[in-house]
Design a protein around this ligand. Sequence first.
Ligand code: NDP
Length: 333
Amino acid sequence: STQIQLASRPVGWPTHDDFRRVVVELEPLAPGEVRVVNEFISVDPYMRGRMNDVRSYTPPYALDATMTGGAIGRVTESESTDVPVGAVVSHQLGWRDVAQGDASGFRVVPELPGVPLSAYLGILGMTGLTAYVGLLEIAHLAEGDTVFISGAAGAVGTAAGQIARLRGASRVIGSAGTDEKVALLTEKYGYDAAFNYRSGPVRELLAAAAPDGIDVYFDNVGGDHLEAALDAFSDGGRAALCGAIANYNSDETPAGPDNMSNIVTRGLTLRGFTVGNYLEHFPAFQHDMAEWFAAGSIVFDETVVDGIDNSVDAFLGLMRGENTGKMVVRTAV
Ligand code: NDP
């Protein structure tokens, strides 16, 4: 099995020297185990946090050990009756082309006609659920709300914009880092307005896009975007604090918003969450998503990088914004 290990803890932006490719001889299967050939593995922003040796909601990656993360593959050998040969399984043994372990760590998923297996790492999986839970459970999206989503052309962001619209938002505004992504937001993803955050101060760009203010902010970015949202909020506004990618590769203390007093004067609610604590909403998410898919009211993008050996480039590309929608690595040859 070809696997990617963490060789050293990056300071600031990771480099190739922080990772190592190894080829591991796999043991014969023990009773209850399965072997899976991965077809796609996921690279996600939260993995940057796990490369640091700090306490967080997920433990840090160990040095000189193969990294883990979301993956989808097919069972090629099985010593378990629950997870038979041929089954498509979603699991957490990513960053390798072949995975094996106890069958309890592998969830069998249905193959949907016309839907690539990679979708289980994105719109049909944890990223879709993150958007769903963040809007509905954390920000309490209500009909008629004006919603602002940062990181809008990414995996969580593209899902969030569509779910906001499907659940009755009256106006959806997004931000992204290139003009092409901005065009996609209004043309493909149904956003009413969108802006390129590199084209000026986010505060001014958001004020122009949301002249009547915003009710809900879905924060994927933090920093200047959170500051702009705090300015734009109408009274009683709600923010779901999902991520703060603007800070992930910085080795300096990020500057905080300078307008936190708006939280007090406008009676705002800002609530953070990690999707792992809201897995009980997965059935409702799956049910709604299946209906939306069947009705043709959900679209999605993926940026596919080929080859396990290019996993680190895929991860770095994600951090630099080279993806539209979900970034995945295709491991199958
Ligand atoms: P994305 O697909 O959105 O990829 C990351 C994107 O971030 C890039 O494409 C890039 O797009 C953007 N970006 C990078 N640097 C900056 C910056 N300095 N300012 C603004 N945008 C930047 O990743 P995900 O959808 O997987 O994740 C989105 C966010 O959600 C992340 O913050 C992540 O940590 C968080 N998350 C949180 C979860 C939770 O449980 N709370 C679960 C899953 C994700 P661009 O070209 O627009 O700059």
